[in-house]
Design a protein around this ligand. Structure first.
Ligand code: GLN
Length: 199
């Protein structure tokens, strides 16, 4: 399995480090041809308005949308979550999103005082397990989840890690802590649901 990491802008190198720790080979995706042989894609944090523009100017927007339609598993973090959402509040009028997860997110939704913060999160399916340290940086806030969306972690009753089908999105930055569990769960899900293999 080869995981592509969208490398137009933002925290892509840290994602590659987390993937390497769990034994997953990754490749930087900068142009449409780079998508050809990837089995999964990570869309990192950064600035979603800039990334939206770069996705269009690099010619990647439509090919990524088509691969997602075809079942490509994707992990989106922070700005990546915004780009994968169905609806974005407080975005720029020309900001495009892929609509791969039926959520409404508000850009910078945690407001000025909580511009950036860190907190411990409990991952579903791991009750009593060690908390996952969540790093939130001008994070999007999930304001609505559609019926097909599974919540995998919450903070103060607000979903911060959710999955719909093969697409997982996080408000926080799991690549910035030395804990590969969010990446490992994503990759396990790819193995089980896409390749039909036991993790
Ligand atoms: N606030 C940024 C945006 O709107 C996201 C921040 C991040 O990815 N750390 O795109």
């Amino acid at each position: 399995m080869i995981a592509g990491v969208l490398a137009l802008q933002g925290a892509f190198a840290a994602h590659q480090a987390r993937l390497a720790e769990i034994g997953v080979e990754s490749r930087q995706v900068r142009r449409p041809g780079d998508l050809a042989d990837v089995d999964a894609l990570v869309m990192p944090g950064g600035e979603s308005t800039t990334m939206s523009k770069l996705l269009v100017s690099s010619g990647l927007f439509d090919p990524i949308a088509a691969r997602i339609d075809g079942g490509l598993p994707v992990l989106g973090t922070c700005a990546g979550m915004i780009l994968l959402a169905a609806e974005v509040l407080d975005g720029r009028p020309d900001q495009r999103c892929l609509g791969a997860v039926d959520i409404t997110v508000r850009r910078n939704g945690y407001g000025r005082q909580l511009d950036s913060f860190e907190c411990d999160l409990e991952l579903t399916g791991d009750p009593g397990g060690p908390p996952f340290h969540g790093v939130f940086i001008r994070a999007p806030k999930v304001e609505r989840c559609g019926p097909a969306v599974e919540v995998l972690a919450e903070h103060d009753g607000v979903p911060v890690l959710v999955r719909q089908g093969r697409v997982t999105v996080a408000s926080f930055h799991p690549e910035l802590t030395p804990d590969p569990r969010v990446h490992a769960r994503f990759i396990d899900h790819v193995h089980v649901h896409v390749h039909g293999e036991a993790p």
